[in-house]
Every structure is written in C-alpha cells, then in structure tokens.
Design a protein around this ligand. Structure first.
Ligand code: 3NM
Ligand code: MG
Length: 564
C-alpha cells in the first residue's frame, strides 16, 4: 500500500519543556501552527509518562487529521501504534528502523536522525522514508546534540546520497534540523541548492524541508511565525533575485563555456552605469588601504564611505550601494561588525564583495573566513590563489579527486589541509585549467561569482568562466591594488542594480567589465613615459581609471548623436 504524499517543507517538531512552551497548552500551540501552514508535525516529548503521551498524541492527531497533516511520534513506536498515527521518528539511540518497520508495517512513515554518511547509508538500507539531517546549527533546544555539522556537513550528506547507485538513496526525502529560524531559513535553502557542474549524473539533491522547534513552539504568535516561515521557504531571498539566468547546458566536463567573448560595446553600459548612478561604495576595510580605496572609488564615479561600524550598516544598505568586506583586520570585534553588515545587505539584496585577505595564512583567519561564510551570502568572492583555496575549504570542497585531464589538484583539502603561504603569495602552483575548475566549482556551490586574481585572472559564476590576461606587474608592487579592485567591483555591482540597461545582465559580466576597466587602466598608466616604477604608477593609475570612464561617456554620447 502506498504512503500518503508527504509535504516535508515546514516540519514542526514539538517541545513540551518550560523553557520553550512556557505555561501554554501544547495542543493550542500546535493548532495555531497548523493554521499557519506547517505541513508535518512530530510530537516529541522526552519526559512525560506513557499515559500522558498517549493522551496528548491523540489530541494532536485529531487536530492534524482535521487538516490532513500527518502526525509523527518521536521515538515511541508503541505510542504511534496505539493511536494509529502516520509514523515515527527515530534517533540513533532509539529502536532500529528495521524493527520499527516490522511493527508498523509498510504504510507508515519512518524518519531517522542522521549526522554522518554511514548513518545516512544505513538508514536508507533499513527502509527509512526520510532523513532528518543535523545538527545544522548549535541550538539550545536540544542539549545533547552529538555533532554540529553546519551547512557543509548537510551538503556532504546530500551529495553522498545523490551519487549512490540505488534510487532509494537518491530519492529519499530529507529535512535538516537545528537552529533554523526566520533569519537564516532562506540562506540555508539557498546554500543547499548546490548544483555541481562536473557531476556525471547532473543530479542536484537539495532538502525537501526544514524541521523547526523553537522558532514556532517558542513563538508568542505560532500562527504568524508558521506563516512567515512558510512564505520564506517558498520565496527566493532578496539577494538572489539578480542572479544570472542559468543556461542549463552544463553537461560538458570542461570548465570553460563556449560563449561569444564580450566586446567593448557590450561592456560599455556597465562602465557608464557607475558615474550615471554614483553608487555608494561601502568599504569595511583595513587602515592601510582606506585612503587609496576612497580615491579609486571617486575616480570611477562612485561615492565611497569607509565605515567599519556594523550598527550603521542597515541605514547604509538602504541607500542601494555595494559593500566590500576586507578581512584584513579579522579581530572578533571586526567580525561582529561584518556579520551585522552582511545581514543588512543580504536583507535588502544589496551586493557584497568578500575579500578574504590572507585567508589561508593562519588558523585565526581560516576561522574568521568560516564565520563570515556562515553569516550570509556574497555576490562576489575575490582573492588570490591561496585565498581562494581557503574559500574552497570553507565551502566544504576539497580538490583531491582527479579531474578529467588526469591532473591532481592538491590544497584546500579537508581536515588537516596544508598551511598556505603568506598574505601576498606570489607564484602560482596551479595550471590555468585547474584554476578554472576550482573557481567554477566554488561558484556553482555558492551560487555567486568567484574571482581568482593573478597574472591571469580567472572568474566564474558556475556557468560561464573567463580568463583575463590584462593588467600590469606594477599592480603587484603597490599596496591595496587587490583591495581596491574589490571596491571597484562593489561599485559596479551596485550601479548595475540601479541601471535599466544593465539590470538584467548577469553579475559575471559586470565583474568582467570591472576587471577590464581596472586592468586596462593599469596597462595604460604603466606605459606612460612619465611612469618609472610603482611610485609614479599610483597617480597615473588613478588618472587612467578616471580617463577611461570619461572616454566611455564621450563614446556613448557620440553613439547617441550618430543614432539621431
Ligand atoms: N534534533 P530548534 S536538533 C529535536 O540534531 C532536535 O538531531 C536535533 O530545535 C538533531 O529548531 C533538535 O529550536 C532541536 O533549533 C532543534
Ligand atoms: Mg530520539
């Protein structure tokens, strides 16, 4: 007999403890949550006597049945049998799934808590219908959670399931649990949709729902909270609405996409959009580059503000500018301010550029990067080779498997991954193809644009990958040229979002325009007879950035005149 078609999207798990439920009546809270649209209910009560459990379960079952919502009982197969509800949820220390299946029969729903690959494999083999994967984030609701696995832990299990030979594993339903609430739900869902452009099967497995305790049970308005969470689950986050339209032809295993190369005319609207809209470029950056970054922002036609105070970030985010977070000063206080700013910009869909300065150099910086990556979503992540390898690690990617060319890529591996070189690591250890592979892989996982700078810059959004050979060695001999590229990108992205002509352009093309403006300016400045080295290069570079922008305006005016 077939099981009911279960909607796992907003899975309410109850809690009867005073800390969460207070003095309220469990039945009433669940009733309101049902009115608010939860799609599945689990009665979880670790302390009550059996008689009370059965009585309460019956009450909840009546309420659920009235709305055609399945009721699941945590742990207690006997209680589920007695009230004949729709199923049970079993933790790792509860009755084993096969025994529960024998007692309950084939038509009941059996869910299992898993936090490792082998637990997931075993739960599938023993016939679980869905997996509750956790613990996602630390939560005060469950004190004895065994392991906090974070987004990357959930990703690993989803990926593992998606590459199994058996359809049972590939198709099993999944929810994640632990610390999920209205402030992180959209980000979690966004991060867990992670297509792999190199996957043989092309399968993407994402979660079918989220299991929630305190954000509903602890809410003073369970109905409104459930409605809000349901809305959030089905709505893309503000920051994702400008993502590139995804061309779905990603069957090729080559990291490059065959696309017509953008011409100067296609790049022009981006360059023009900055002086036209004069966007705010909000820099949370280190002391060394503040002055230089502000000058660069002005030269391209943006309005710089150097504010490291997270408390004013939400006011600034409402001005439609772009934020650049430079990890150069990764003190706990700076990180706290960064998190406030990330939330503010993500909340209104404003672009954020992350510059993970020296990310691979020390343990503290790797930790800081993990903290920032867990805080929100970045439109662009920009760094040199070792920084981007650290980003890969923070995204839970390790490049130890061989790529189709047979070459092996090391570094960025999990666990005891190797220590990287210093902040300004110079020479490259990766081939161009390896760089393209890494950048594309991170970008498709994070669903953003990843830019690895170097003598050749490689950038990808997971679909399209570009290599740019422009630039000049002087850029590597002055301080802050990488940081100010981040400033420039943030201004371009902000302007693109304000500009009617550029709005529909994907972010990768906006980033490409930025790099070309920046690096062609560097080439021009370096070739001047008045430039003798990095010192004289700096003012000439600022001039050249400015002149390119002026030329772009003149060119557009002439075009318009010719068209009249
Ligand atoms: N199980 P909240 S975490 C019941 O990791 C439960 O298996 C977990 O509560 C697991 O939504 C958890 O309030 C509690 O964070 C989740
Ligand atoms: Mg249990």
């Amino acid at each position: 007999m077939g099981k009911p078609d279960v909607d796992y999207s907003i899975y309410l798990v109850t809690d009867s403890t005073e800390a969460i439920l207070g003095k309220r009546d469990l039945g009433k809270v669940v009733e309101q949550a049902l009115e608010g649209g939860v799609t599945l209910v689990q009665y979880r009560d670790k302390t009550s006597d059996t008689g009370h459990l059965i009585y309460t379960a019956r009450t909840l079952h009546r309420a659920c049945k009235a709305r055609n919502i399945p009721l699941i009982i945590n742990d207690r197969v006997d209680v589920a049998l007695e009230i004949d509800c729709e199923g049970v949820h079993l933790g790792q220390d509860d009755m084993d799934i096969a025994s529960a299946r024998r007692l309950l029969g084939p038509s009941k729903i059996i869910g299992a808590t898993v936090s490792t690959l082998s637990q997931a494999r075993i739960a599938v083999d023993r016939g679980a219908d869905y997996l509750g994967i956790g613990t996602l984030y630390a939560t005060s609701t469950k004190k004895n959670t065994k392991e906090i696995i974070g987004i990357n832990g959930i990703r690993k299990i989803l990926h593992f399931l998606s590459v199994q030979e058996d359809a049972a594993a590939r198709e099993i339903k999944t929810v994640c649990i632990g610390g999920i609430n209205a402030s992180n739900l959209q980000l979690i869902k966004h991060q867990l949709y992670a297509p792999d452009p190199f996957s043989q099967r092309g399968i993407t497995k994402t979660i079918d729902g989220v299991a929630i305790v305190s954000a509903i049970m602890g809410s003073l308005t369970p109905k409104a909270s459930s409605e809000h969470l349901t809305h959030l689950f089905h709505t893309p986050p503000p920051f994702s609405t400008i993502l590139s339209p995804s061309p779905s032809s990603s069957s090729s295993s080559s990291p490059y996409t065959n696309k017509p190369t953008p011409t100067p005319t296609t790049l022009l609207p981006s360059i023009l959009s900055v002086p036209t809209h004069n966007p705010l470029s909000h820099n949370m950056t280190n002391l060394v580059v503040q002055n230089f970054a502000a000058s660069i922002a002005l030269s391209i036609g943006a309005s710089p503000i150097m504010s490291t105070n997270g408390l004013e970030a939400s006011d600034l985010a409402n001005l439609h500018g772009g934020l650049v977070i430079n990890m150069g000063t990764a003190t706990p206080e700076a990180l706290h301010n960064h998190r406030l700013a990330i939330r503010a910009y993500n909340g209104v869909g404003g672009p954020i550029v992350l510059d993970p300065v020296g990310a691979g150099a020390t343990g503290a910086r790797r930790e800081a990067l993990g903290f920032l990556v867990a805080s929100g979503w970045f439109s662009v992540v920009k760094g040199n080779e070792s920084e981007i390898l650290a980003v890969a690690q923070a995204s839970g990617l390790s490049f130890t498997s061989s790529y189709s060319s047979g070459s092996r890529i090391s570094g960025g591996g999990g666990g005891g991954g190797g220590q990287q070189r210093g902040v300004d690591s110079g020479s490259s250890s990766l081939s161009l193809l390896e760089k393209a592979y890494i950048v594309k892989k991170i970008a498709s996982r994070e669903r953003n644009v990843v830019l690895m700078t170097g003598a050749v810059d490689v950038l990808s959004d997971g679909h399209t990958t570009y290599a740019v050979r422009n630039g000049h060695a002087y850029l590597g001999m002055i301080t802050g040229s990488g940081c100010t590229l981040g400033t420039t990108i943030s201004a371009y992205l902000a302007a693109a979002r304000m500009d009617r002509k550029v709005r529909r352009q994907s972010d990768i093309n906006t980033v490409l325009s930025t790099i070309l403006h920046y690096e062609i300016a560097a080439e021009r400045a370096a070739s001047l007879s008045s430039v003798h080295g990095p010192g004289t290069f700096v003012p000439a570079f600022i001039d050249a950035l400015y002149q390119l922008r002026v030329e772009a305006v003149r060119y557009a005016d002439a075009e318009r005149g010719a068209g009249d």
